[in-house]
Design a protein around this ligand. Structure first.
Ligand SMILES: [Zn+2]
Length: 355
């Protein structure tokens, strides 16, 4: 099945992420430690797609037309991009350890310089829909922007269907999650991102933004992430940008594929898109969407409470770096029950089941 988007080539939009350059940032860390739960041997199965499914669209920043196919993948393989191009075929895990750039969007790559950009909206849909193992064929350098939100990717996943790996399958692995045990915070230039322990059994994402543009202003929201909540309350929120930022972004080679078809464009108090906003607070909901996508690069679901204040892709990436730099801050648990298992290695080598 092919979902063809309707991206326009009109040059009038872009994405603003209040980003800070990851390479130049100096992060600060804080932590506080609560008690851990007792171990119980409970397991739930990992999930993948029932069928392959494809889409075609324009990359937001590169402007390139790209085809992408989501395939079922073997248990334990994780989410992996299989990027084809003049260089041949490269396998790139969707993991925080493979992030190469996070200034305007999240870019993963391998050591040979092959990259896939703007993965965050796709990754948000994949993780929120509880997909653990997925092979993503892509023939260009950037995930298609589609309509600027994660809704087209949720649609693709629902059309393909979601299925649990059977325990009898070879190499079947339990569905593990990461339970946050200690609060970890990173901050930079007044922006802050935190992961804290929660008494719940899922991921809560809270976000605050403040823009001078009156159409955005100050917005905050909090979402307990589940497939239904993500689909209905978050997935349709589009990326956005300020019209005044367009010239410098274009000068930097960004937003070449941006248009009113795949971004909300703000000019002071006005939203330039015909039809206006999809949610009254669409802007902060999109920042929640971005955070869900960035946190998906942990490689496993996170059980904890995220709080972002004007956070960016760069700060979210730094948050995962800070979390995994501190082994006492998290523990591997069964994703269904939230109870600790005997820890397993991070899916740092997810290619074994795909190669
Ligand atoms: Zn975004």
């Amino acid at each position: 099945m092919v979902f063809e988007d309707h991206a326009s080539t009109t040059d009038c939009a872009f994405e603003t992420e209040q980003a800070v350059p990851a390479q130049r940032a100096s992060w600060s860390f804080r932590s506080a430690r609560p008690a851990a739960a007792n171990a119980t041997p409970v397991q739930s199965p990992r999930q993948t797609l029932k069928n392959s499914i494809s889409c075609t669209g324009i990359g937001l920043h590169t402007g390139f037309r790209v085809s992408m196919t989501l395939h079922p993948a073997a248990p334990g393989s994780g989410v992996v991009f299989r990027r084809s191009g003049p260089h041949g075929v490269a396998l790139i895990p969707a993991l925080w350890t493979h992030v190469k750039d996070s200034r305007q969007c999240t870019v993963v790559g391998n050591d040979d310089g092959v990259t896939v950009a703007t993965i965050e909206h796709l990754m948000a849909a994949v993780s929120a829909m509880n997909i653990d193992d997925l092979l993503i064929d892509i023939n260009g350098p950037e995930v298609p922007a589609m309509d600027g939100s994660a809704a087209p990717f949720v649609f693709l996943i629902e059309c393909a269907g979601v299925t649990a790996h059977l325990p009898s399958q070879p190499a079947a692995a339990p569905r593990t999650a990461i339970r946050i045990l200690e609060t970890v915070t990173v901050s930079h230039n007044g922006a802050e991102a935190t992961l804290a322990p929660t008494s719940g059994n899922g991921l809560n994402v809270a976000f605050e933004i403040e823009f001078a543009a009156a159409a955005i202003g100050r917005q905050s929201t909090s979402v307990q992430v589940s497939p239904a909540v993500f689909k209905n309350q978050v997935s349709r929120a589009r990326t956005f940008g300020l019209i005044d930022d367009l010239p410098k972004m274009r000068a930097a080679g960004l937003a070449r594929g941006g248009s009113l078809e795949n971004a909300v464009v703000v000019n002071g108090a006005d939203v330039l898109n015909e039809g206006g906003l999809r949610y009254p607070d669409e802007f902060v909901r999109h920042k929640v969407l971005d955070a869900v996508g960035d946190l998906a690069l942990a490689g496993r679901p996170i059980i904890g409470a995220y709080h972002g204040t004007r956070s960016s892709h760069a700060l979210n990436t730094a948050l995962l770096q800070a979390l995994f730099a501190k082994p006492s801050a998290w523990v591997a648990v069964d994703a269904a029950t939230g109870l600790p298992l005997a820890d397993q290695p991070m899916a740092a080598e997810p290619l074994r089941a795909i190669a």
